[in-house]
Ligand binder design. Structure first.
Ligand code: HEM
Length: 127
């Protein structure tokens, strides 16, 4: 029994709530809403699986869907720098709404920031 994982520090309940609130924000964001499905049920379910393993919990996403290959899975969508910013702002707001604070928030948000930059696949200025 070593140090708790970030997943354990946040806890399943708070992580799930965060993701629910996050997608509710996404569905209301004018830059994001057009590229997401109207029904986010499945998106929410997959993201709960993914974030669980991303934070050091059980490999729920990989067990059901295989290797995440996140950047490849985002290629069908135009991820501009503006959309990365919008995605992160929805997450920041969700963290506020569920009261995720302190070092664990800093750690998690920073990792999401880096991953979001990696997902950018177009400048949005090439037509
Ligand atoms: C799926 C957009 C960043 C993790 C998706 C989908 C869209 C999207 C449109 C498809 C939703 C669906 O059809 O259900 C974006 C945008 C981002 C971003 C605009 C801005 C940078 C991220 C980041 C992560 C992430 C930072 C993880 C840390 C995922 C996962 C899926 C997904 C796990 C589900 C993949 C699957 O279909 O199995 N994203 N995303 N995304 N995204 Fe993102």
């Amino acid at each position: 029994q070593g140090n708790p994982t970030p997943y354990e520090l946040i806890g399943e309940g708070q992580l799930h709530k965060l993701i629910d609130v996050f997608y509710s924000n996404v569905s209301q964001h004018p830059d994001l809403q057009p590229i997401f499905p109207d029904d986010l049920t499945e998106t929410v379910r997959k993201q709960k699986q993914f974030m669980t393993q991303y934070l050091g919990g059980p490999s729920l996403y990989t067990e059901e869907h295989g290797h995440p290959m996140l950047r490849a899975r985002h290629i069908p969508f135009e991820i501009t720098p503006e959309r990365a910013k919008a995605w992160l702002s929805c997450m920041y707001q969700a963290m506020d709404e569920v009261g995720l604070e302190g070092e664990i928030r800093e750690f998690f948000y920073h990792r999401l920031y880096l991953t979001a930059q990696h997902m950018i696949n177009t400048s949005g200025m090439d037509g």
